[in-house]
Design a protein around this ligand. Sequence first.
Ligand code: 13P
Ligand code: SF4
Length: 315
Amino acid sequence: MLSTEQYIFDIKRLKAEKNAIILAHYYQTGDIQDIADFVGDSLALSQKAASNSADIIIFAGVKFMAETAKILAPGKKVLLPDLNAGCSLADSCKAEDFEKFLKENQGRTVISYVNTTAEIKALSDIICTSSNAVQIVESLPPDEKIIFAPDRNLGNYILNKTGRDMVIWNGACHVHEKFSLEAILRLKKENSTAKIIVHPECELPVRLVADFIGSTSSLLKLTKKDKGNCYIIATEVGIIHQMKKENPGKTYIPAPPIDSTCGCSECGFMKLITIEKILNCLKNEKPEIIIDNETLIRAQKPIQRMLEISEKLGL
Ligand code: 13P
Ligand code: SF4
């Protein structure tokens, strides 16, 4: 076991030697966010993966994010420090079940959330993230029939916003579904000036008490530009690291889940990535993300479509 300084020193040295970059999601621990070359939400991370000059991408996040990076940059080596870093939401949508669902709902445009496996992306028409989901749906003609997968909470949030004809897959994220409405309301009572800010993967009762709903990056932007100074945050607790860095004078209260010992909501998959695993991964150049060529090529089109629409809309 090395000291944190030694890990950081070795990681920086190897990154330079191997022309590697670290892309990290906001749900990573603070030490990882601080050593990353780029920190962002799922949309920003896929945009960065699609345009950078590194030979190796170390993805500090979960598997579907690293797969998206590989699909967008097939010529690069994409490494995920722990291949067990999965996602309960992506797991809730298996390719064989999804194929059956598509057959039962033919004639609809398939919009899949980025939190899906490469196989699901290959079966989709357009990918979206929580940063652009509403805009992607609105970019389609008003009478276009849609399938949205796999998050039922995000799907219902979009449905309420757009009123489009949507069939929604019944999946969910175990972290965002667990927030305790009772505890959030109690915190609000104790901190009457606090704003409740919520990720759209949360369930309806939590979304209904929100002052603001948005992706991780829009929650971060809000805490920057908003005049308030206290926030109850219903998303994974890692985002608070950036909020504190960018606006240290404000108070950030993690919304508690129904059952937890730490009183905060951690995604156990995200937290499988550690600084030690990042160093080993850089040294050994594995575990590597490998996607079969046919799936990779089929998955490229819907992701590119998302990036094109997002670019047009300035997202
Ligand atoms: P973002 O799209 O906000 O990055 O969220 C990703 C995610 O995994 C939410 O649980
Ligand atoms: Fe998946 Fe939920 Fe973790 Fe996000 S927070 S990576 S949706 S399990």
